[in-house]
Design a protein around this ligand. Structure first.
Ligand code: SAM
Length: 229
């Protein structure tokens, strides 16, 4: 399968069955099964870690954040509530529509977020911080390298990126099919070697600083902050 196929499949998925599934996982309702609840918990931990990093820097109300592949706004909405100017975009119009609706219930978030339906490869502009959470899982390494390069070109100061790490344990889980059960049913799930991600950042003049790992039963996400050298 080539990268263009991956992208079309991912877009169609997040505009159809994937949308129904992930809007529930990234929600608060009880309409989720045990596996989905576990993924919800893990994903929320990743989001909370990013928010914690940005809050610790103490300048949230002064910065612009590009949330590339924003989904339903799980990161964008709380950051906007903290006063950051958010440019949220996603390849799926359904995810963006849901994000807009969620943001509308809070005046500060709707005031501070601009939503767009756009693939991250075509984003332009300059932002203090570029975030891209749990998107690379849908793409192979060569495509991930191109995406990282583009995200770096948009970032004045740093890129915050999460991905599913290629560890021996996860490779086994993936083989037996119990890893990231959501996307893997309809789309491929790609694991990435951390060394390759770090190298991609270095090739673009960025160095990795803060790191986190979130691990629940079914959710695995490595989180890196790469700052411009
Ligand atoms: N980043 C969000 C979060 O953590 O809540 C959503 C993560 S979800 C697993 C992956 C998202 O990436 C989906 O909303 C999907 O539509 C989006 N996506 C996939 N490929 C993309 C691309 N090439 N450009 C922009 N968004 C993309």
């Amino acid at each position: 399968m080539n990268a263009a196929d991956d992208k079309t499949i991912v877009k169609d998925y997040f505009n159809s069955t994937g949308f129904d599934r992930w809007k529930r996982i990234y929600g608060q309702g009880e309409d989720v099964n045990k596996v989905q609840l576990d993924i919800r918990t893990g994903h929320q931990q990743t989001v909370d870690k990013v928010i914690g990093w940005l809050q610790a820097d103490g300048n949230l109300s002064e910065i612009s954040v590009c949330d590339a592949g924003c989904g339903v706004g799980s990161l964008s909405i709380p950051l906007a509530q903290e006063g950051a100017k958010i440019f949220a975009s996603d390849i799926s119009e359904k995810m963006v529509e849901e994000g807009k609706q969620r943001a509308a219930s809070n005046s500060k978030s709707s005031e501070n977020i601009t939503f767009n339906v756009q693939d991250l490869e075509s984003l332009s502009g300059n932002y203090h911080t570029v975030a891209c959470l749990d998107v690379l899982i849908h793409y192979p390494q060569d495509k991930a390298d191109q995406m990282i390069s583009h995200l770096c070109s948009l970032a004045e100061s740093r890129v915050i990126l999460s991905f599913a790490p290629k560890t021996p344990a996860l490779c086994i889980l993936k083989k037996i099919g119990s890893f990231f059960p959501g996307p893997s049913k309809a789309t491929r799930a790609y694991l990435h070697r951390e060394a390759k991600i770090v190298k991609a950042f270095e090739n673009n003049g960025f160095q990795v600083g803060r790191k986190e790992m979130t691990k629940t039963r079914f959710y695995f996400s490595r989180l890196l902050e790469a700052t411009r050298k």
